[in-house]
Design a protein around this ligand. Structure first.
Ligand code: MGD
Ligand code: MGD
Ligand code: SF4
Ligand code: MO
Length: 866
């Protein structure tokens, strides 16, 4: 088969990839012609080939855990949905969708629910992700329009990252910003309570208090006015300036906890740099005042007219690959297709007419958190979950898990049954995965790109749009869902967008409504709008989409995150992402290379707090909130502020059952956007009373059964971190159970008095597994042991001529942290480029370059101190 151009399925940067299927599997490389990445890929994109394949895939539909055929499964789903609607009304069913679905799938899910089931009870994980931005944009512009483009980042003189860890979450964009810095001296400011990887290479870091962004940007707006930097010509066509300014001038920067000097130098830099892009992400959106945070940022750009022009503007970077597409098709419970408004009778009439929809929903449906509350209290009796894992990623995840378990009927469409959510489904529908299906996605800068199939779906897996069309057909709507393929759905969506454009909406791709199938197959990346009546940029002219055509500034006031810290819960728990994993790891977790960077759930805690609580490095910590608890590895670091903790969201019951972060996260939501506060839950921390710690490597899967475990893929199989409150009486028996090797030859070295045991298991003479037990965190050379060496399995040490490389920093070339530090020190390396020349580290995808830069800075600080 020849090469296929497609798009990376992970973050909203939307990098183009070239897929080359061959005899030894799929090869994936960056597409040099894609405008988002021009050939670059980050660590996750570079490892895509390792995450495809049939291992762990759901290959056939299942009802009640038993395999069945499609006819039976689809008839069953259609009958249960139809019966539920007939008995309890349309609002008794709900659909929970995802910003990772393709536009065509997403469009169809909305058409099905809003037009034909007759309820707007369809919401998506974008509620946890972009809802505050959507609400903020609609308040200011009258539509959900992202004004920025990636070229603005190339052309900016100042890039401010607010609540965005761009270096790890949008790595290819971060590299673009660093390239602009090298080329034109672009300054970089990070506004984040944590010192993140994005701070390496930044000119200024504002470690503000969690939740205090409104106070900071209100001060900026007041300073803009004081410095006479308001663009009076621009704001002549803006409403609300006086009220927004009055609110800003009455504000105080005290809630930020920042030194006034630091705030003033930030304001001076921002005001003095015309070409400024303010990039924002989850530190802004995931907040009980998220919509106000967005407005506070937009206000500053509107007041200065720095919007929609080259090199300037507010820029919400989207998380998921099709977060934007989902917004275009009206994926949220309070929106309608093509940026039309569900509350607007003319808009509803247009959509109902276009779809010939018998019962178009007339009022907004339940937003994600409320939707699962309605499942819990029995209002929703039939639920369909597609391409998302809410039992792991919604706040108060234990209650969500309970609600799904108790729901009379739950359908899950997924590529695997091994997820916290899929395990609870009544019916499982096998989905075709990335690289096996066709459609489009829209990235952060409104560029529509094709995802294309290069592989055949395994077993009976079918694309998501087909699941929906088949169920709708069986519910009596064959005429409206008899699509041959995604190109037909795309044309219909594009045609509807033309009607929306005629009603004055921004999203108009009617120029693509007549694509032939061949045109669709060949569609090059295209930024919308694509229409006769408009094209190009938005907002440079000051015009917006409110009925009066004017843009609006909104007065905003700082408010504290919901839930006050108190002696029982003295910390705020901030949560987010790591560089090499994607959400609940159902795909990245399959790659040993990606699992080497950070292999278990952890909590960052400030040294002062750790000292006070007697938490030692690398021990385990029990973190608890009013709704749940977790056991996490202690990372003691002043990157977080005293009184705050940070934990990544990636671990689930599949990989580390006691590391499910969302079990602890409170379900407090922004009153306007309904987006939950994922970054400020009150909690407590204390040492986990481990009687023993363990580390295990194994060629086969493991079955741990202790209070703490975390498994990850490793080069030769699996690795696991283990711990328990009580030591088993017989370590050999425990090891045999762990590795499921009842008959292997066990070689044991143990010192019961010191609580130490080392067990190597051999099968047919070769080491198949090894277990290391100690009363403290196990100190063995993990990255050496994961290759299951024959000679030194019991010592846990590499031979002297093979020093411990340490944890892998460069996942492309497998270069460990110790190796890099040693090279920096012994060879006197001074730059990231020099490290690359010596070790190759950082020379492929470049995602580890910020961390290499941090090691160089630390080494230079050590030299300076000597
Ligand atoms: N590697 C990787 N990349 C990803 C993803 C992934 O799973 N893994 N997921 C994708 C998705 S869906 C998304 S939404 C994006 C998210 O991308 P980001 O938003 O960049 O990622 P997060 O780590 O969730 O949070 C960003 C930062 O917000 C900070 N923060 C917390 N509270 C506040 C606050 O009150 N104010 C400010 N200013 N900052 C605060 C946190 O300390 C954190 O560093 O990443 C996308 N990219
Ligand atoms: N504490 C905390 N919680 C958070 C966040 C946070 O920052 N902190 N961030 C929130 C944000 S921004 C987001 S976006 C969410 C993400 O959370 P989720 O969307 O729940 O997480 P994923 O692991 O991406 O789930 C995607 C699911 O789709 C499946 N899948 C993969 N490919 C396909 C396919 O082609 N078809 C189908 N049908 N299924 C497929 C995967 O196996 C997986 O089960 O988490 C939110 N939760
Ligand atoms: S930055 Fe990385 S994860 Fe995001 S689209 Fe590009 S290659 Fe994929
Ligand atoms: Mo997200």
């Amino acid at each position: 088969m020849s090469e296929v151009r497609s798009t990376c399925p992970y973050c909203g940067v939307g990098c183009g990839v070239i897929l080359a299927p061959g005899a030894d599997g799929l090869q994936v490389r960056g597409d040099p012609h894609h405008p988002a990445n021009r050939g670059r890929l980050c660590s996750k994109g570079s490892a895509l080939a390792e995450t495809v394949g049939t291992e762990g895939r759901l290959l056939a539909p299942r009802i009640g855990g038993r395999q069945t055929d499609w006819e039976t499964a689809l008839d069953h789903v259609a009958r249960r949905f139809a019966d539920t609607v007939a008995t309890h009304g349309p609002d008794s069913v709900a659909f929970y969708a995802s910003g990772q679905m393709l536009t065509e799938d997403y469009y169809l899910a909305n058409k099905f629910m809003k037009g034909f089931v007759g309820t707007a009870n369809i919401d998506t994980n974008s509620r946890l992700c972009m809802a505050s931005t959507v609400a903020g944009h609609r308040r200011a512009f009258g539509t959900d329009t992202v004004p920025g483009t990636y070229e603005d980042l190339d052309d900016a003189d100042l890039v401010v990252l607010v609540g965005s860890n761009l270096a790890w979450c949008h790595p290819v964009l971060h590299q673009r910003v660093l390239a602009a810095k090298a080329a034109r001296g672009t300054k970089i400011v990070v506004v984040d309570p944590r010192r993140t990887a994005s701070c390496n290479g930044a000119d200024l870091h504002l470690p503000l208090a969690i939740g205090s962004d409104v106070a900071l940007f209100n001060r900026l707006l007041a300073a803009i006015h004081e410095a006479d930097a308001v663009d009076h010509g621009y704001i002549a066509s803006v409403t609300g300036f006086d009220a927004a300014l009055a609110a800003a001038r009455s504000a105080d920067i005290a809630p930020t906890g920042l030194a006034p000097d630091l705030v003033e130098s930030f304001c001076r830099l921002w005001i003095g740099t015309e070409r400024v892009v303010t990039v924002f992400s989850q530190g802004v959106n995931q907040s009980t005042c998220g919509t106000d945070k967005v407005s506070a940022i937009l206000n500053c750009h509107i007041a200065t007219g720095r919007i929609g022009k080259p090199g300037m503007g507010p820029f919400s970077v989207t998380g998921q690959p099709n977060a934007m597409g989902g917004r275009e098709v009206g994926g949220l419970a309070n929106t309608l297709a093509c940026h039309l408004d569900i509350e607007n009778p003319a808009h509803r009439a247009a959509v109902a007419g276009f779809w010939s929809a018998p019962r178009l929903a007339a009022t907004p449906g339940l937003k994600a958190v409320d939707m699962f509350r309605a499942v819990a209290d029995g209002r929703v009796k039939a639920l369909w979950i597609m391409h998302t894992n809410p039992a792991a990623t919604l706040p108060e995840a234990n209650a969500v898990r309970e609600a799904i378990t108790e729901c009379p009927f739950t359908v899950v469409s997924d590529v695997t049954n091994a997820t916290d959510t899929a395990r609870l489904a009544d019916v499982l529908l096998p989905a075709a995965a990335w690289a096996e299906k066709d459609g489009t996605v829209t990235n952060s800068d409104r560029t529509i790109s094709r995802q294309r199939a290069a592989l055949t779906p395994p077993g009976q897996a079918k694309p998501d749009w087909w699941h929906i069309a088949q169920v709708a057909t069986r519910m009596g709507h064959a005429h409206a869902f008899d699509y041959v393929g995604p190109s037909e759905i795309f044309r219909e969506h594009a045609a509807l967008s033309g009607i929306a454009g005629g009603l004055g909406r921004d999203f108009d791709i009617s120029g693509l409504a007549d694509l032939t199938d061949a045109d669709y197959d060949a569609l090059a990346p295209t930024r919308w709008p694509v229409a006769a009546r408009r094209g190009g940029r938005f907002f440079a002219d000051g015009l917006a989409f409110h009925a009066d055509g004017k843009m609006r500034m909104i007065p905003v006031h700082w408010s504290e995150p919901v839930g006050k810290t108190e002696p029982r819960y003295p910390f705020r728990l901030n949560t987010g992402r790591v560089r090499d994993h994607w959400h609940t790891m159902t795909r990245t977790g399959r790659s040993a290379r990606l699992s080497a960077h950070l292999a278990e759930p952890f909590v960052e805690i400030h040294p002062e707090d750790a000292d006070r609580l007697h938490i030692a490095p690398d021990t385990l910590v029990e973190v608890s909130s009013p709704t749940g608890s977790a056991i996490l590895r202690a990372t003691i670091t002043d990157a977080v502020q005293p009184g705050t903790l940070f934990s990544p969201m990636h671990w689930s019951a599949e990989t580390a059952p006691s590391g499910r972060i969302d079990a602890m996260v409170a379900a407090a939501t922004d009153p306007i956007s309904g987006q939950p506060e994922s970054k400020a839950t009150i909690c407590a921390a204390r040492p986990f009373a481990a009687a023993w710690y363990g580390f295990a490597v194994s060629a086969g899967p493991m079955a741990p059964a202790c209070e703490y475990w975390a498994v990850a893929r490793s080069p030769n199989g699996w690795r696991a971190e283990l711990a328990g409150r009580n030591a088993p009486a017989d370590w050999e028996a425990a090891a045999r159970a762990l590795f499921a090797l009842p008959d292997a030859d066990a070689q044991i070295m143990s010192d019961p008095a010191r609580g130490i045991a080392r067990i190597a298991m051999r099968v047919e003479g070769r080491v198949a597994a090894a277990l290391f037990i100690a009363p403290q965190p196990v100190g063995v050379m993990r990255d050496h042991l994961t290759t299951l060496p024959e000679t030194d399995t019991l010592t846990g040490r590499a031979p002297a001529d093979r020093p411990d490389p340490g944890p892998v920093l460069c996942s492309c070339f497998g270069v460990g942290m110790n190796t890099i530090v040693t090279a920096i020190e012994t060879d006197g390396l001074l730059t990231v480029e020099a490290v690359g020349a010596a070790l190759s580290a950082g020379t492929n995808c470049g995602s580890c370059r910020p961390e290499i830069a941090a090691l160089l800075t630390a080494a230079q600080a050590r030299v300076a101190a000597e």
